[in-house]
Design a protein around this ligand. Sequence first.
Ligand code: MG
Length: 231
Amino acid sequence: MTLPTLTPDHALFLDIDGTLIDLAATPDAVTVPPGLPERLRQMQTRLGGALAILSGRKLADIDNLLGSGLPCAAEHGALLRDAAHNITHTAARPAEYGAWLKILNRYVAAMPGLLVEEKQFSLVLHYRRAPEHEAELRQLAEQLIAGSSDAILLPAHCAFEFKPRNGNKGDALAYFMTTPAFLNRIPIFIGDDTTDEPAIAAADRLGGHGLHVARNFGGSTDAVRDWLMTL
Ligand SMILES: [Mg+2]
């Protein structure tokens, strides 16, 4: 598939990790390319405000990485912040959150290289620095999630995320498309992970383009950023 030509009448939705910036050993270890936050701000202006970030990260992380205030869906869409900075929650913290945190922290203490990320609505067990434990950790994660009615397990790049059943990036994209800055535009979304597939499908369904970093950009975040420069 050839890439669409990016024009000012598009609405642009972007994942962060593995899309705008390269993945790193831990979520805190990523490097933001120089000028990226400023470039996103310029693009937001060129697009009449119709640019939003759809990320699995916490809201505070998104603001720390890209500068504060962009419209965004944080934590895979559990929390939405519109262009006027109004915040909507589309999910609640799973009832088992505290119990899971205790159990996961015991594994972290016993297995060097593991990391538990505490978000507002989700817990993430990262094992990028301990990939040899993947099978055991998958078994643990599936065991823990089996008893929960309001949470699901989201396997990601070297991580297992325990997230609320409600809220996904596809619903977030569809929500933004009903808000003033995005209305009647052609949506383009770029993502790299299984968690991005609902937004890829939503962009296609709404008459736009759901793009994938591996399938459409040769797996390169440089190629994504170069393409963004064509606006
Ligand atoms: Mg990603």
